[in-house]
Write a protein that binds this ligand. Structure first.
Ligand SMILES: [Zn+2]
Length: 90
């Protein structure tokens, strides 16, 4: 699963957990950059809410926090892809 797929999967299936993890990640990422944003701009609260690089960083942290939720699905998709590949060979 690529990053965007994980985000979509979590939003769809675990929306309240996703919202909570996203909020925690937002606080964490903001604390980690008290003055300057990942993009190099001044890290104000307003900037962080509108900065795509910062938002992506937050989503990355949130995805990592919830890895126990999407990992089984990623494995299922991998197994399914393997099965399909086998079918094509035979
Ligand atoms: Zn920024």
């Amino acid at each position: 699963m690529i990053h965007e797929e994980k985000v979509e999967y979590l939003k769809e299936n675990f929306s309240s957990k996703w919202n909570q993890a996203w909020h925690d990640a937002d606080v964490e990422a903001s604390k980690a950059q008290p003055a300057i944003c990942v993009c190099g701009a001044l890290a104000t609260g307003f900037h962080e809410r509108h900065c795509r690089r910062f938002q992506r960083k937050v989503a990355g942290i949130a995805v990592k926090k919830l890895s126990h939720l999407w990992k089984p699905e990623a494995k299922r998709l991998r197994d399914q892809a393997k099965k399909e590949a086998k079918c094509q060979v035979n």
